[in-house]
Design a protein around this ligand. Structure first.
Ligand code: NAD
Length: 238
């Protein structure tokens, strides 16, 4: 049994992670910027918290720890993307992507540390992306944030391993969620996404959630400092 914060839990991958973790018997605090998270949490019989992960984290972490009776896990699924090639992004739009995707993960682990240090089988999972492993010319800030998560994962795993805290990332391929819906609305792009992976389709959020649940579980007790690619084989092709 674990006590897990899931960010980005109102939608897509974060919501699926919360659903799978609750089904497996974990206690989950569902966090999101949008109030819909309260309904999702209520539907699961869990606590919802409206939290902007770019803001203060100490107070909401303390609330989650109090409500759940401790904290042993984190799934950082909150994320944003900006289709802004070099020449288009601004300092502000760059920061907006990096702050949610990367900086928030570091600061959230920091805020949770006193509880993670007390927990048994403490485990942290960041939702990175195949865009952190391979080039996408249209979303440089997003690629930088997702590659940054992989470096951050390795650094935190090296530091926190001696305390029994495992730190890993999951790298999804193309997953059908609201984040990529604008691209899916364009037939040519949707068909390209479907055909890009050897498995010949895009993924469902629950298929990422099962990988996350594995990394959080004690079945992954010797796995830390690495990433699990869940992409239908997309990046193994050249
Ligand atoms: P989504 O848009 O369905 O969900 C993202 C959630 O993050 C939303 O509910 C949003 O409100 C929340 N969020 C955004 N900014 C926030 C903030 N400042 N504070 C708190 N919550 C905030 O998208 P998704 O596809 O489910 O994305 C989940 C994660 O998966 C993201 O990190 C995304 O980069 C990553 N990812 C998605 C795909 C894909 O193909 N969908 C592929 C690889 C990685």
């Amino acid at each position: 049994m674990s006590q897990v914060i899931v960010t980005g839990a109102a939608s897509g991958i974060g919501r699926a992670c919360a659903e799978v973790l609750v089904a497996e018997g974990h206690h989950v605090a569902l966090w999101d910027l949008v109030p819909e998270v309260l309904d999702v949490a209520a539907g699961l019989g869990m606590t919802g918290q409206i939290v902007d992960v770019t803001g203060d984290l100490d107070a909401p972490v303390a609330v989650a720890a109090e409500t759940l009776g401790g904290l042993s896990g984190l799934v950082h699924a909150a994320g944003r993307v900006a289709v802004e090639p070099v020449g288009a992004f601004t300092a502000a739009s760059w920061d907006a992507v990096l702050d949610v995707n990367l900086r928030a993960h570091a600061l959230l682990v920091q805020a949770m540390l006193p509880w993670l240090q007390k927990a048994t089988n403490a485990s942290v999972v960041a939702i990175s992306s195949i865009e952190g492993l391979a080039a996408n010319p249209f979303i440089p800030a997003y690629c930088a944030s997702k590659a940054g998560l992989l470096g951050l994962t390795r650094s935190m795993a090296a530091q926190l391993g001696p305390e029994g805290i495992r730190v890993n990332s999951v790298c999804p391929g193309f997953i059908i969620t609201p984040m990529i819906q604008p691209a899916l609305d364009i037939d040519e792009i949707r068909i390209g996404f479907e055909q890009a992976a050897p498995l010949g389709r895009m993924g469902q959020p629950v298929e990422i959630a099962h990988a996350v649940a594995f990394l959080l579980s004690d079945k992954a007790s010797f796995i830390t400092g690495t990433e699990l690619v869940v992409d239908g084989g997309l990046i193994c092709k050249h």
